[in-house]
Design a protein around this ligand. Structure first.
Ligand code: ADE
Length: 250
């Protein structure tokens, strides 16, 4: 069964490019996901098709009105028989790989893209099941975050990309990916680590795991706490700490 992803956006044209290449296109062609865009403007009742209005209490900018958003989502839920509605906003819970996995197992997702200065709070309180942020920065609308979610979901299905590749990737084991190299061996004097040319698969695996741990420790040490480290990982970390200590002591 396909996962229906219905997007509620005032800018449907923004999705034409991003939905039509590479992995996201492949996920659609294989029938894993079916993406449709709905414009809340089409759900307005007045002759001016008004979707925004001034904020109660004063303040900057225009606010997306609740009626067209409620009408759009209710229409989609009726069409699909269900629908987990997600409001994209900087105030949402942070998007993570485990949330992407959860979302990929649903039957119907509705991504609500905010715009202008904000969305009437009743959408978050009484319509959306979840509010999601893609990071601690403010974007001009929810379109790019919706595409981020669609992209991340697309890669979760078998045959879209090699499932072994997924298992090897960053975050699937809770830590970063290992470094990758291809030809040439010597590029402007920067050489590929010799272990990768050794043909010794055990050694290569150890090298990659250690490099992945090193990079994670350097850049995002907090990820190590949440990851499922094996006994071998602990030994490799011990080696890394010893190397750091040796370097510090000169
Ligand atoms: N809309 C504006 N900024 C956003 C963000 N960081 N994440 C999700 N939706 C947003």
């Amino acid at each position: 069964m396909s996962l229906y992803i219905d997007v509620v956006s005032l800018f449907p044209e923004a999705f034409i490019g991003p939905l039509n290449f590479s992995i996201v296109k492949r996920a659609q062609q294989l029938g894993y996901i079916v993406v449709n865009i709905f414009n809340p403007r089409d759900f307005t009742q007045d002759r001016y098709r008004k979707v925004d209005d001034y904020p109660y209490g004063g303040g900057r900018g225009m606010i997306l009105k609740p009626e067209p958003v409620f009408e759009s989502v209710e229409y989609i839920r009726k069409l699909r028989g269900e629908g987990t509605a997600i409001l994209l906003s900087p105030q949402g819970i942070p998007l993570s790989q485990s949330l992407v996995e959860d979302l990929s197992r649903k039957n119907s997702l509705i991504l609500i893209c905010g715009h202008y200065e904000g969305v009437d709070e009743r959408v978050a309180l009484h319509l959306a099941d979840l509010e999601v942020s893609i990071g601690d920065y403010v974007l001009s609308g929810g379109e790019v975050p919706a595409m981020v979610i669609i992209d991340a979901i697309s890669r979760m299905f078998p045959q879209v990309i090699d499932s072994e590749v997924i298992a090897e990737e960053s975050f699937y084991r809770g830590i970063f990916d290992y470094p990758h190299y291809t030809r040439p061996y010597d590029f402007r004097g920067y050489k590929v680590p010799d272990v990768l040319l050794s043909g010794d698969h055990k050694k290569i695996e150890l090298y990659r795991r250690k490099e992945a741990l090193k990079k994670t420790l350097n850049r995002r040490p907090e990820l190590l706490i949440r990851s499922n480290l094996t006994e071998l990982d602990m030994e490799l970390l011990q080696e890394i700490f010893e190397e750091i200590a040796k370097n510090k002591l000169g």
